[in-house]
Design a protein around this ligand. Sequence first.
Ligand code: PLP
Length: 385
Amino acid sequence: MDHSLDALLQNELDRLTAISRRRRLRPVHWSEGGMRDAAGRPLIDASSNDYLGLSQHPLVKQRAAEWAQRHGAGAPASRLITGTRDITLAVEEKLAAFKGCEAALLFNTGFQANATVIPALVKVGSGDTATIFSDELNHASIIHGVRMARCPTEIFRHNDLAHLDELLARHGGRKLILTESVFSMDGDRADLPALVKLAEKHGAALYVDEAHTTGVFGPQGRGLAAECGGIDIVMGTLGKAVGAFGAYIAGSRALIDYLVNRCTGFIYTTALPPPVLGAVDAALDLIPSMDAERARLANNAQRLREALAAAGLSTQESTTQIVPAIIGSEADALAAAKKLDDAGILAVAIRPPTVPEGTSRLRFALSSSLDDEAMSRLLAAVKTL
Ligand SMILES: *Cc1c(COP(=O)(O)O)cnc(C)c1O
């Protein structure tokens, strides 16, 4: 028997193929103002997280190019060495003002932020280790952070605040509640005002991941945390509606200064490059005035939910631009994605372990840049599912 690593890996890949869980990379490219598949066929993109179309906005692309010309393609050191430029601090100040927080800190990715900020907050100096309370549907990067924190952890049922209340009451000491403001695979929302009240009642700190709300929800797209207040740690991404790349943590000056000293995912990594900072800077100029695009996005999502309901498919509790169409088995979800693909629609099948067993789905992620013609084609194709 072949005991090589490759043989072991191939065996596992074969097992994944047999249960319809093997994932494959599929190249698409951007040309003539739209997405195309490898053969050059135009695709209606119903799967990207570019909710406001900002990754293709002329001003965003232009400022990325300008800042590359002026400041270089990279900032080739970590933030505490020479990776902090005047433009880095300016973008952080702009982000803090956008989020209505005292301070903000850039991270290279949302995954890196969640995976390393959570552990940094659990054990602070020689103080008590906190207990974590995490929603069962939190993103893989949050789960990673929780595991890295190696502390007592309670997982509460999805959006079940009575369950959370009960679990919080069972523990003394410092507590940290983790949630997303809009959940990435279901497109439903957390009840942030109620979570803030619960956190206050139990003396817990509240950490909210705004990956899917930054730019999309709240006053002028500032996120749901901006609307509600009272949240200790706000995390968000810059690669989704902001159309660029990277992530941020926003909160008090003490929180940010502490992370500069103690967060490994901030300290031991190269700073974000100038073109990315330029794109973020331009997007932050544009987002507050994009209410028309936000309304169009909400309308696109509502029309899709209605079409899916008419086709007999559940969209669960979605009220946002993320719309799941629950199919069930892995094979059926892949077949549904293939059917839409044949109609020129890119809607990716999401399978376990990303979502619970038996809830394989198409995950639609819409954009305000889908025009009436694209929406008509999408809705017509959905009717055939
Ligand atoms: C996408 C996502 C992340 C990861 O952000 P990246 O910048 O893409 O690494 C974190 N949390 C949630 C909820 C997400 O959807």
